[in-house]
Design a protein around this ligand. Sequence first.
Ligand code: HEM
Length: 134
Amino acid sequence: MNENRATVYDAIGGRETVHQLVQAFYKRVGQHPDLIPIFPDDLTETARKQEQFLSQFLGGPPYYTEEHGHPMLRARHLPFEITPSRKDAWLACMQEALREVNIEEPYYSAILERLTHTAHHMMNTPEDRKGEST
Ligand code: HEM
């Protein structure tokens, strides 16, 4: 199918753009007070996996699945308390990163809409339960 239809991945500039996007994103994640507590100090490996994932999410090569199997993203996020405010923080970082690397319309809105949907799906902790141990 990709032989006949351009993918979002190709349209925005492929591997190099996804790399820049992920760098711009984790630069913000690593400075965001709501996100720092749940992310590792060294974001190198997190960024590498996100780059692999976003590649296939945007229609590019399935690097993530090749190395890690089915993404099962919600399950992989269950160890982390993802509250509505952390979901908003994640999306705000992504929105700024998309702008920083100059992703243009219609791709900017299309990508953000899909990521918003996925981010909603990742929430697993109500705001007032954050930090409870049981
Ligand atoms: C809703 C807010 C979100 C929060 C707070 C969040 C947080 C996290 C955290 C804490 C990790 C583990 C980092 C590590 O230990 O290296 C992680 C991993 C990951 N996240 Fe998210 N995430 C969110 C949404 C998303 C979304 C929307 C996507 C996909 C579009 C995504 C894709 C990934 C991937 C691919 C990994 C690596 C999984 C692995 O270990 O193989 N996340 N995320």
